[in-house]
Design a protein around this ligand. Structure first.
Ligand SMILES: *Cc1c(COP(=O)(O)O)cnc(C)c1O
Length: 429
């Protein structure tokens, strides 16, 4: 990976105040640099992440402050890399989505220990991506970027377009040209520029890395490239919310979708922080990763016992998860193994069945990514890998309205004339 810095903004890096965020730290070698729009270690090229100074906190004070906070991600501002006045600036205020107690689905799957769906389709642009974009937006403002951009599998493009519109910034985002209509319209409607690239997500991402190094990309904040360390922290709020909504308790098992793997690794980071801060009791939890068979580089590596992830060429209806060369793949493998979890995949047919299962049991219409997590949960229970007697949280990260094609066969039960006679003839009474 090429190391890029945005020269014009790095000299202001020392002066930004991003809450408890203290520095950027390399996940490989631990080398620390000041907060700035950089994402790769200058020593070893490893990925940078945010390091915090949480010293001197009082656990009960912190809990009270969070509970008194707004019903969105900013209730956790003391744990995020954001300026103190974040809640007063125009943004989409995502988060605090429903944790649905899924008793009907639990019965269907034989789960007795409590089954919950964390339903992130309730975010402003109907996917979990609003959480991560909200963090990157604050970083972009702090570093003085004027254009918000990203490489996207669809949902991120919409989240960036909406966030930029609300914040009064220009946006220009890049997607594979052949995404679902629902994703394209959701990304375009906010009035920013939307560029389709002839290639898959990995091609789009490579193009964006080149653009960052080129004068054409000057002043551009790519939320998931040069702002990635900040962006990634947004996923921690899923972990915080799940635990708070369970009454400040860790779930025993979580089933999380994997695209780049960023969300899964930061959910783990969020849970670790809650333990370290004394906000939840320190006890074991297991994280399970979920992929579609047609793009399963991480589950393939997990099952083969490998530490490295071999890139694949994606071919699946779960397009929001279709990253063939996932940046955080090796870290996902570490976490699944360390926590005693696993990484599994399901076929496209199983994804469709799982979308319908969740809709029919709980009234939640998930996009294909939600079909992947529910489908993997079912498979892991059947295989005896996931323990049905333990509290389990399954993530639904997006809205089924964006991937209607996946369930295109679903439709009218009958078409009748407007008469009782015709209704009786249809055999529904
Ligand atoms: C982006 C995305 C994810 C997860 O992405 P990561 O790159 O693994 O963080 C999960 N679900 C949906 C619907 C997404 O759009």
């Amino acid at each position: 990976m090429a190391v890029q810095t945005v020269a014009s903004t790095t000299d202001t890096a020392n002066s930004v105040d991003l809450g408890p965020a203290a520095a950027l730290s390399c996940r490989e070698c631990g080398h620390r640099v000041p907060l700035g729009p950089v994402f790769a270690c200058e020593e070893c090229f490893g990925p940078l992440e945010i390091a915090y100074d949480f010293s001197g906190h009082d656990t009960e004070e912190l809990r009270k402050r969070i509970e008194a906070g707004p019903a969105n991600i900013w209730r956790y501002a003391p744990l995020l890399p954001v300026p103190a006045d974040v809640a007063t600036k125009p943004n989409l205020n995502p988060g605090w989505t429903k944790l649905v107690q899924a008793d009907n689905l639990a019965r269907e799957l034989g789960v007795t220990g409590g089954l919950y769906v964390k339903d992130d389709s309730g975010n402003p642009t109907h996917s979990f991506k609003d959480r991560v974009v909200a963090q990157a937006l604050e970083a972009a403002r702090a570093f003085g970027f004027t254009t918000l951009s990203c490489s996207s599998t669809g949902n991120l493009a919409g989240a960036v377009g909406a966030a930029a519109a609300r914040a009064g910034l220009r946006s220009c985002v890049f997607i594979p040209h052949d995404l679902e209509q629902g994703k394209i319209v959701m990304a375009a409607v906010y009035g920013g520029e939307l560029v389709g690239i002839e290639g898959n997500y990995d091609d789009v991402n490579r193009f964006c890395s080149e653009l960052i190094g080129d004068p054409a990309g000057e002043g551009w904040g790519f939320v998931n490239v040069n702002l990635r360390p900040y962006y990634a922290e947004g996923s921690k709020t899923l972990a915080y919310e799940i635990c708070e909504q369970l009454g400040w308790r860790l779930p025993d098992q979580l089933v999380v979708p994997i695209a780049s793997g960023s969300q899964l690794t930061k959910i783990d980071k969020g849970l670790q922080e809650l333990i370290r801060l004394g906000l939840v009791e320190d006890r074991p939890y297991k994280i399970f990763g979920a992929q579609a068979e047609g793009c399963s580089p991480v589950s393939t590596a997990f099952k083969a016992g490998h530490d490295v992830v071999r890139p694949q060429k994606p071919d699946t209806i779960a397009k929001s998860l279709a990253i063939g060369n996932p940046a955080d793949g090796p870290y996902v493998l570490d976490i699944a193994r360390r926590t005693g979890g696993a990484v599994e995949d399901v076929t496209d047919a199983q994804v469709v069945d799982a979308i319908k299962l969740l809709a029919r049991t709980e009234g939640i219409f998930a996009e294909t990514a939600g079909g992947v997590t529910v489908g993997v949960t079912k498979k892991l229970i059947e295989d005896g890998v996931l323990d049905p007697s333990l509290t389990t949280v399954v993530l639904n990260t997006g809205d089924g309205l964006k991937t209607l094609d996946a369930v295109a066969g679903t439709g009218l039960t009958a078409t009748i004339r407007p008469s009782l006679e015709s209704f009786r003839e249809a055999g529904l009474v």
